[in-house]
Ligand binder design. Structure first.
Ligand SMILES: Nc1nc2c(c(=O)[nH]1)N[C@H]1C(S)=C(S)[C@@H](COP(=O)(O)OP(=O)(O)OC[C@H]3O[C@@H](n4cnc5c(=O)[nH]c(N)nc54)[C@H](O)[C@@H]3O)O[C@H]1N2
Ligand SMILES: Nc1nc2c(c(=O)[nH]1)N[C@H]1C(S)=C(S)[C@@H](COP(=O)(O)OP(=O)(O)OC[C@H]3O[C@@H](n4cnc5c(=O)[nH]c(N)nc54)[C@H](O)[C@@H]3O)O[C@H]1N2
Ligand SMILES: [Mo]
Length: 557
């Protein structure tokens, strides 16, 4: 609301750099840009595919649903280029080459089509552009898929048979799929596969995403208070260009810039902004690009609502007072908003009052009062237009059709480009492969760390960290003369970072993996490392502005 009263809609939510490729493609194809079902539904499926989703490390509480699903006889398949702690739940593990998931999914579509494992009438009434999908999948015979993904033909065929025979399948789309330059292709193919098998509506069917429980209503509320938005907002690439050209006067940086590939280049661009206000908790690298640092109150130091992956909204009371003069964001931005536009900006006294105003403005929140939330420690499931109405869990398509304009899935959207798969940019297996950097560098989350910053500054948390390690297959390490425990240098065309080598057969030869966390400004050795995005070039996925799978080398440091 503060940004809108200042005359723009230029807000970049953290979610945009997260899984926005998945959420945007879901939004365009199905009309619902979060999970299409709730996590409890996996026990009603016959097959659950964890497609690049490392649930055990990134959603530990949800492993209880994996337990229940396995006990109920659900076949769990993990598609991940390495074995992770999540693999312990999986009956099958596929380890494709990074960034080749789209080819794997297109091959599955071809297999289903060839074997007639779909209902032609149902497909006719629920999909437009069926011919384009057919054409796009045509080149992906099992041997071609095996070639592109590095999987054996037997493993690919077994996977396809499972998918073609399973009466109900849920696919959990991991964050990694949004982090390759061909992310849109992979996610579209997975959605199309689910659509073809009629696996999107009903119990035990659907798609889950990471962070997939976000309730809606935010835009409705802001529009109601500030009037409809006059321009269409900004995405990161446009913001970056604006900053580079020196065309931005003020930036509120409530987050890290280290989350973007080529983060050093991003920092240079931020330095061209007239006035930068950083609000955060720690003296991180962001201090160097900020003109003003205003320490923020931490979650437990303020009250407010939170949401979880089951679309549940919970109320959080304040636990401790914030130190010094730190104030929560609602207060900081309210005060600015009131100064800028006192005639528009509401004069609420606290989060309770703001929440009450919110639910009285947004119909889908009507029955979600602060007092009802307080009485329900495990949360109220959004939406709740009226008190006492049945809580809606399971599929979001309750009417039996998709939430798009005509109720169908538009596989013929021109905007998305030809239906097919091309290797990701910057990857040693792609067309633009740089022979000097033959290994594939992948990175992702580990259970002991949170994001780029949050767990790096407390000794009590750092004690659990294994620091910057790199997983390397013994076959990769041997010719390089690298032994377990050696300090090595991971080198890309744009920079290098040190790590401790962990030799393991849990990763494919030719691929290495290091955690995506850590910061150079951490006071603790165990969480101190140059940001990983400092060595990733500025190749972006069109939507999420993320990048994974770059070519690299390893050498003893
Ligand atoms: N502990 C912890 N939990 C978190 C977070 C955190 O920082 N720490 N962050 C939260 C957030 S914001 C998000 S978005 C989620 C993300 O949650 P996830 O998506 O589960 O996490 P990632 O580690 O990004 O990626 C998952 C897996 O993808 C694999 N992978 C990499 N490249 C490929 C590929 O090309 N194909 C396939 N099939 N697999 C590949 C990696 O080996 C990794 O195990 O986690 C949330 N939970
Ligand atoms: N290479 C690579 N890059 C990645 C990823 C990856 O896997 N690999 N993952 C991507 C993903 S999925 C995500 S979600 C992003 C996460 O990246 P970021 O969004 O940068 O995550 P954090 O480090 O948690 O940064 C949030 C910062 O905001 C501040 N903050 C937190 N809470 C509050 C608050 O209540 N008020 C205010 N004012 N400030 C607050 C804190 O200072 C905190 O450090 O990183 C992305 N970047
Ligand atoms: Mo994320």
């Amino acid at each position: 609301m503060t940004m809108r009263t200042a005359g723009g809609v230029n807000v970049m939510p953290a979610g945009e750099v997260c899984i926005s490729t998945a959420s945007n493609v879901l939004g365009m194809l199905l009309g619902a840009n979060t999970s299409t079902t709730t996590v409890n539904e996996i026990v009603n499926a016959k097959t659950l595919v964890l497609w690049g989703a490392n649930i055990s490390e990134t959603y530990p509480p949800y492993t209880r649903w994996l337990d229940k699903a396995r006990d109920a006889g659900v076949r769990i398949v993990s598609v991940d280029c390495r074995k992770t702690p999540t693999s312990a739940w999986a009956a099958d593990q596929l380890m494709p080459l990074p960034g080749t998931d789209g080819a794997l999914a297109l091959g599955a579509i071809r297999f289903v089509l060839e074997n007639g494992a779909f209902d032609r009438a149902r497909v006719g009434e629920s999909i437009t552009g069926f011919e384009l999908m057919e054409k796009g999948a045509q080149p992906w015979s099992v041997d071609k898929v095996a070639q592109a993904t590095g999987l054996s033909e037997d493993a690919v065929t077994a996977f396809y048979r499972t998918l073609a025979e399973s009466p109900r399948t849920i696919i959990w789309i991991g964050g990694c799929l949004s982090r390759y330059t061909n992310g849109l292709q992979s996610i579209r193919a997975i959605i199309a596969l689910q659509a073809l098998r009629d696996n999107l509506i009903g119990s035990g069917r659907g798609l889950l995403t990471m962070e997939g429980g976000k309730p809606e209503g935010e835009k409705e509320f802001v529009d109601a208070v500030c009037g409809p938005a006059k321009d269409s907002g900004v995405n990161f690439r446009r913001l970056l260009n604006t900053m580079k050209k020196g065309n931005l006067d003020v930036l509120f940086l409530n987050s890290s810039y280290r989350r973007y590939p080529d983060c050093t280049g991003v920092a240079e661009a931020i330095k061209k902004v007239g006035f930068v206000v950083h609000r955060g908790f720690f003296k991180t690298e962001e201090m160097d690009v900020a003109d003003l640092f205003v320490p923020a109150a931490f979650g437990p130091e303020s009250a407010g609502s939170h949401y979880g992956a089951e679309k549940q909204v919970v109320w959080r009371d304040k636990c401790v007072d914030a130190p010094g003069s730190c104030v929560p964001d609602w207060q900081f931005y309210r005060d600015i908003g009131r100064k800028l536009a006192p005639e528009i900006y509401p004069d609420f006294t606290g989060p309770e009052e703001l929440s009450e105003r919110f639910r009285n403005t947004v119909p889908s929140w009507k029955a979600m009062s602060v007092s009802r939330m307080r009485q329900s420690p495990d949360g109220l499931i959004w939406p709740q237009p009226e008190e006492g109405a049945q809580e809606r869990i399971g599929t979001v398509f309750t009417s039996g059709t998709y939430a798009t304009e005509n109720g169908k899935i538009p596989l013929d959207l021109k905007l998305m480009g030809a239906f097919g798969w091309t290797p990701p940019k910057g990857n040693p297996h792609g067309a633009d492969a740089d022979k000097e950097y033959p290994l594939v560098l992948t990175q992702g989350k580990v259970v002991t760390q949170w994001q780029q910053t949050m767990t790096n500054f407390a000794a009590s948390l750092a004690q659990f960290s294994r620091g910057r390690y790199v997983l390397v297959h013994p076959d990769t390490a041997k010719p390089l003369g690298i032994a377990h425990g050696d300090t090595v240098r991971i080198k890309t065309a744009t920079g290098s970072v040190e790590a401790v080598a962990e030799l393991t057969a849990s990763i494919r030869p030719g691929i290495i993996f290091t955690p995506s966390h850590f910061t150079g400004t951490s006071p603790h050795a165990a969480t101190r490392s140059k940001p990983i995005n400092a060595i990733l070039p500025n190749y972006w996925d069109r939507v999420s502005a993320q990048f994974n799978g770059v070519g690299c080398t390893l050498e003893k440091a």
